[in-house]
Write a protein that binds this ligand. Structure first.
Ligand code: CA2
Length: 145
């Protein structure tokens, strides 16, 4: 089975604990289960990770490149300002799907720009936890050809 990494940036481990009107009530544990189940349906070996540490997230992107494993990435707030994460993502030769639970374009001004989008294969935003399922489907569709 093809390995796919689902990588998550800062604070997403707290999912389901606040702002349910924006992010829903799904917990991070629920998110992991949903991604693993979707991956199994698609024939993908999904590994979900979360970190609050920019350098750790960059190391995981490097590892994905070394393993030639596609990435579904929710960079969280790093989306809007981390040029270091963008540079790491730009090195990927495997598919990179940027996902967001909310629709940042409909929120505060500072969320309107993503420094990651230009180096991603594509972006899915605004569908709640389904953004991740759709991201995995996009990866699977791309792998098929
Ligand atoms: O909508 C998304 O997925 C975001 O990437 C989430 C980030 C935000 O900075 C981006 O603009 C959009 C924030 C993640 C915060 O995670 C929590 C969500 C709910 C409860 C606690 C933490």
């Amino acid at each position: 089975m093809r390995r796919v990494y689902v990588l998550n940036g800062p604070n997403l481990n707290r999912l389901g604990t606040r702002e349910p009107e924006i992010y829903g009530s799904t917990t991070f544990a629920d998110l992991i289960a949903a991604c693993v189940a979707e991956g199994a349906d698609l024939g993908l070996d999904v590994e979900v990770r979360q970190t609050n540490d920019e350098s750790e997230l960059i190391d995981w992107i490097h590892r994905a490149q070394d393993e030639q494993a596609p990435v579904v990435l929710n960079p969280a707030a790093f989306t809007h300002y981390s040029y270091a994460l963008r540079d790491a993502c730009a090195m990927l030769t495997v598919p990179l799907v940027e996902v967001h639970i909310s629709n940042p374009a409909s929120r505060e001004e500072f969320r309107h720009h993503s420094v990651i989008s230009a180096v991603a294969t594509g972006t899915i935003a605004g569908f709640g936890i389904d953004s991740y399922r759709l991201g995995l489907r996009a990866v699977a569709a791309g792998l098929e050809g």
